[in-house]
Design a protein around this ligand. Structure first.
Ligand code: MLT
Length: 406
């Protein structure tokens, strides 16, 4: 008799963003006249940059002719993209990353979830609280999380590190030994970012404890402040303790096209094995590479024209973030983030629960947000707004929030 992976039965409810999608659809069906403004899942709304689209068209044309046709590509990504990434995202910033330390994929979410394949099942995992749920749920599926404790709203074997206004959104170093630490900066969901000094403390900790940092830098392109590193490898010593995840989703509007990459330095060695080699073995076995057409499009992000067009899109979302931050502040809310990030983390009024405030915004203002509690116990009492909408809808949303009755 076949048995299922019992860890799946321990997972509470559905995946956060599926649940929000379900509630949104149900509300819209019951209220077809409601003009909903979506500020929940961080999904982009601007179309792909023209340079990216042109490159994708070229890619399709290549596939249409025998002389330029491409079948299976390299599982690690095409050299033209790996080199462009290593050059522009790292070497141009003074960070020595080799092309073969870059692994192109169909997105950072997959890589963040799959990376656990190369780690021991008894690794002790630490996450920030609140946290992007993928880090937690995928470790729970693998059996590393223990059991879900309803009362604590958390997993018995996961170390939750409160990341709140009280500690300036930089978690304290854990008192107990941990093996794998997930950090996301600029942070999802709080919209805050770690400075060089804050991140250095983590790199030093990881090297001292032979731990590994899983550094999610999906929102790197939103950084505006000089004291915030764009890559963990800007911190000396990070190559011996960190894996970094990057995404073209928020950077270049690829949420539907799907492309991202992971950096696994060759200097990262545990139990005598290079994690670069292990990840390469994993990818060559389980993954056949991102599509040629999509990688052609991603490479256009690094052309002067593509880079300029992408900067324009980011500027549009940044302006939305400013409108949200200022709009919420004017309405009397306490807000965080939104300066180096497309996310604004907002305290609910009068200590209201975050799902209650989610419902109030949905029903009284027709705005979809993401309740902080969905990101972990310390997210209770907060709500997340995203800046990925269009400018008009974002301004309209702030008017509706300001008109809300207490
Ligand atoms: C979010 O809203 O947190 C993100 O869009 C989710 C994701 O990138 O998977």
């Amino acid at each position: 008799m076949a048995h299922i992976n019992d860890n799946f039965t321990k997972l509470p409810g559905s995946y956060l963003f599926s649940e929000i999608g379900r509630r949104t659809a149900a509300y819209q069906e019951a209220h077809p006249e409601a003009k909903l403004i979506k500020m929940g899942i961080g999904d982009v709304t601007l179309p792909l940059a023209p340079a990216v689209v042109a490159a994708m068209h070229e890619g399709v044309d290549d596939l249409a002719a025998a002389e330029t046709f491409h079948g299976y590509g390299p599982e690690q990504g095409y050299d033209f993209l790996r080199t462009a990434i290593a050059e522009a995202d790292f070497r141009a910033r003074g960070v020595e990353i080799d092309d073969d330390e870059i692994f192109v994929s169909d997105g950072a979410k997959s890589d963040c979830g799959n990376i656990g394949d190369i780690l021991s099942l008894d690794s002790r995992v630490a996450v920030c609280d609140p946290v992007y749920p993928v880090y937690v749920d995928t470790n729970a599926m693998a059996g590393r999380a223990g059991d879900y404790d309803e009362d604590a709203q958390g997993w018995t074997n996961i170390v939750y590190m409160p990341t709140t206004a009280e500690n300036d959104f930089c978690p304290a170093l854990p008192e107990e030994d941990v093996d794998v630490i997930y950090l996301c900066s600029p942070n999802n969901p709080t919209g805050t970012a770690l400075t060089f000094g804050q991140l250095k403390a983590w790199v030093d900790y990881a090297n001292d404890h032979d731990a590994i940092i899983m550094f999610d830098a999906a929102y790197e392109r939103f950084i505006t402040q000089d004291d915030v590193p764009h890559s963990i490898y800007e911190i000396p010593g990070a190559k011996t303790c960190a894996i970094e995840f990057r995404s073209f989703s928020k950077t270049a509007g690829f949420t539907g096209a799907r492309c991202g990459y992971t950096v696994v330095p060759k200097a990262l060695v545990r139990d005598g094995a290079s994690l670069n080699g292990l990840w390469n073995r994993r990818q060559t076995t389980k993954f056949n590479g991102a599509s040629y057409v999509i990688q052609k499009g991603a490479a256009a992000v690094y052309t002067p024209e593509g880079a300029r067009q992408i900067d324009e899109a980011i500027a549009h979302y940044r302006e939305n973030a400013r409108v949200i931050r200022e709009g919420l502040t004017e309405a009397g809310f306490e807000v965080f983030g939104g300066v180096n990030s497309p996310y604004i983390w907002c305290k609910t009024p009068g200590g209201m629960g975050s799902w209650d405030f989610f419902n109030k915004l949905l029903e009284e203002a027709n705005i979809i947000t993401t309740p902080g509690a969905g990101f972990g116990p310390a997210g209770e009492g907060y709500i997340r707004f995203t800046a990925f909408g269009n400018a008009e809808a974002t301004k309209e949303a702030m008017k509706r929030v300001q008109a809300l009755k207490a």
